[in-house]
Ligand binder design. Structure first.
Ligand SMILES: *Cc1c(COP(=O)(O)O)cnc(C)c1O
Length: 228
């Protein structure tokens, strides 16, 4: 085994143990928590290693990096993986992103929703991004906006649920409880929108306690990033 492969394998095992512990404390099954490996800034060779180790969901936050990475993986590797677009997205990039993404997590305004709806030529899953603290600039919609957006989603897009990032300086448990409350409201309106995508390397235990169905984990799997 190459050094990189053993390093990633050990990291993945540790993350899976943390997931199992958090699930057992929350009386949940690890099968109900999907691990999305965030591969931003890391090469396609790391995607292949993670894929060898059983990971099938990958997250990227910039189209200019994700598009060639997804294309390179698809060209060399027949395995079916899902790319999750988890970064802020400009409407003019919608057409590019629907070319490779299975799920776009960061829909937070009508113009982006409409652009995705126009660009998608096949079924595309989306999440609505909630702004936990209402602060402008980091993306995400307020709950009332989010519920309005939910009623505007139509084919070929399917609304699967909510995504959020805990604001710096707020207790993760408090932040994720707000997401759980908002998600309950969305579920009253769209019962099938069951995805709750919260939690990253440093806070995914709190996210699992708050009902995360998907967690987005980068540095705990691949190591610290110098940029982004
Ligand atoms: C980079 C990123 C992550 C992963 O962060 P880590 O702390 O490295 O696990 C998760 N979500 C989003 C939106 C990101 O941009």
């Amino acid at each position: 085994m190459s050094d990189r492969r053993s390093e990633i394998s050990a990291n993945l095992q540790h993350v899976q143990e943390r997931i199992a512990d958090a699930c057992s404390r929350a009386d949940r099954s690890p099968r109900d928590v999907t691990l999305i490996a965030v591969t931003k800034t890391y090469p396609v060779s790391d995607v292949r290693i993670l894929c060898d180790l059983g990971v099938r969901d990958f997250g990227e936050n910039r189209d200019q990096e994700a598009r060639p990475k997804a294309a390179a993986f698809a060209a060399e590797d027949g395995r079916d993986v899902r790319w999750h677009f988890i970064g802020q997205l400009q409407s003019n990039k919608a057409r590019a992103v629907v070319g490779y993404a299975s799920m776009v997590h960061t829909v937070d305004r009508r113009s982006l929703l409409d652009a995705l709806q126009r660009a998608a030529e096949r079924p595309l899953d989306i999440l609505l991004q909630l702004s936990i603290d209402g602060a402008p600039g980091r993306g995400g919609a307020l709950l009332t906006e989010l519920l309005d957006l939910a009623s505007a989603v139509s084919a070929p897009l399917t609304l699967r649920g909510v995504m959020a990032v805990a604001p710096l300086g707020m207790e993760p448990a408090e932040a994720f409880q707000r997401v759980a409350d908002a998600h309950s409201r969305l579920l009253e309106q769209v019962p099938a929108a069951t995805v709750r995508c919260i939690g990253m390397s440093d806070d995914f235990e709190a996210a699992i306690a708050a009902g995360a169905t998907h967690i987005r984990v980068g540095s705990a799997l691949l190591g610290p990033r110098t940029v982004v």
